[in-house]
Design a protein. Structure first.
Ligand code: ADP
Ligand code: ZN
Length: 435
């Protein structure tokens, strides 16, 4: 279903005209209201009036996470505190957190975009949405919450943690949709099964998962565990929060970027050169409507690819591929680049292994080494009296990683339930390298 038919199906030409109009406004806004942008534009020798076409944006400097940190906490705000109604902070997965702000208008836009995401997953006001993203400074909880209300659905503001209670609510309230991180979904399913709950017979029919990288294989596991359709949602607090892009249920092939609100580019992360659409690179977003915290050419460090092929759902917005990970999560094992989610995709396919894993990176001399610790299933563990069975499994994982990813890694199979379970974003990598 399409929530906002008028905007989500705008012909590209009209969309680009709207983007240009909004881009001109936002560039003026930051130049005159944010000291950082005045300085950075002046230094780069560009003026707001230089924007004559969308292409002219290329001449403007990037904004990086470091720039946000340098202006911590409120230095990047483009609106006075009297018109700001909400503050959030990124969860600080990689380093200190950054603070973001919203005016009333920004909150309304955000709710509209999240409502669009729900509609794209075929949810309506008749649905009950169990929201297990954390409420608080993290944008996930409240972002989803306002969108669900905007849609008119009934939202259960569950927040993260308290898994037993969550399982009770899932049974008693009978929500038809659940929102959380994919790793938490697996955790819920696992604990539910352990308590004897038939997770497949709950009323849930849709799950909306994001906030961390996950694989297509993980999607199938979750769909199977809950008997639901699992949808991918993307966002980051600097740009807004959840709802920057979303899959549509018709195609489920990439996430439509809400291009009436955000301009997206892909760049080569090493050189900063803009890549032709369709090539894999780092996503760079410019916010087109934000009042309190507009960003020009923000480097996300998320690696993806923009797909410009028209979608059968009728939306005219381009789609972005599943994000495999951030450029800083990329591991380089003896010269081969690999993302944790790619290792996940390999191990999930092996019968006898659980999607609970951890990656230990160490440095031996000048080389980085990787050890994959992964749990074996209860069933296998119970029958693994013979060491041979485990050895065979270990060999298979080593072989598959070599064959599919080209990496050589050590493997350590561990007992069921020994790897910490996530209640929000899972931390997969333990980096023991001394820098
Ligand atoms: P932090 O940067 O502290 O984790 P956020 O909560 O804003 O703060 O997280 C945003 C990041 O989460 C994105 O930049 C991206 O790396 C990741 N992310 C969000 N949604 C997805 C998704 N669907 N797939 C993969 N990664 C995602
Ligand atoms: Zn579509």
């Amino acid at each position: 279903m399409i929530y906002n038919e008028e905007y989500e199906t705008l012909p590209r030409e009209a969309l680009e005209a709207l983007q240009l109009k909004r881009l001109k406004q936002v560039v003026q806004r930051v130049y005159h209201n944010v000291g950082y942008y005045k300085k950075s534009f002046d230094q780069a020798g560009v003026k707001p009036d230089d924007i004559k076409t969308l292409d002219d944006l290329k001449r403007f400097p990037f904004t990086t996470k470091q720039d946000l940190r340098d202006n911590y906490p409120f230095g990047m705000f483009a609106a006075p505190m009297s018109s700001i109604v909400r503050l959030h902070a990124s969860s600080g997965t990689t380093g200190s957190s950054t603070v973001v702000a919203y005016t009333k208008h920004d909150i309304d836009s955000w709710a509209e975009l999240v409502a669009r995401c729900f509609a794209a997953a075929d949810l309506t006001k008749g649905d009950i949405i169990h929201n297990a993203y954390g409420y608080g400074l993290f944008t996930g909880g409240l972002g989803i919450h306002y969108g669900a209300e905007k849609l008119g659905a009934s939202v259960i503001p569950m927040s993260g943690g308290n898994t037993k209670w969550q399982l009770m609510i899932l049974q008693d309230f009978g929500p038809t949709a659940i929102c959380c991180t994919p790793s938490y979904a697996l955790n819920l399913a696992e604990q539910g099964r352990a308590m004897g709950i038939d997770m497949r017979s709950l009323k849930l029919r849709v799950g909306i998962f994001g906030a961390e990288p996950w694989s297509e294989q993980m999607r199938r596991q979750i769909e199977d565990a809950f008997a639901i359709k699992a949808m991918n949602i993307y966002g980051l607090s600097e740009i807004m929060g959840p709802g920057v892009s979303m899959e549509c249920s018709d195609a489920q092939e990439g996430m439509h970027v809400f291009e009436d609100y955000f301009l997206v580019e892909t760049i080569n992360p090493q050189t900063g050169d803009v890549l032709p659409l369709g090539e894999q690179g780092e996503l760079v977003f410019t916010t087109l409507t934000k009042e309190a915290f507009p960003l020009i050419r923000y480097r996300t460090r998320d690696m993806s690819r923009i797909n410009t092929i028209p979608c059968r759902c009728g939306r005219t917005f381009h789609r972005m591929d599943r994000v495999m990970g951030r450029s800083d999560d990329m591991l380089i094992i003896r010269g081969v680049n690999v993302y944790p989610s790619q290792i996940e995709a390999v191990l999930i396919n092996i019968e006898g292994l659980e999607p609970h894993y951890q990656l230990i990176v160490e440095r031996a001399g000048t080389l980085d080494t990787l050890e994959v610790q992964v749990e074996v299933t209860e069933k296998l563990f119970a029958n693994a009296g013979e060491v041979k069975v485990l050895q065979k499994l270990e060999q298979q994982l080593i072989r598959d990683m070599k064959e599919f990813l080209g990496i050589t890694a050590k493997v350590k199979l561990v007992e069921p339930k020994t790897i910490a379970r996530s209640e929000g974003k899972a931390s997969r990598v333990i980096d023991k390298r001394k820098i």
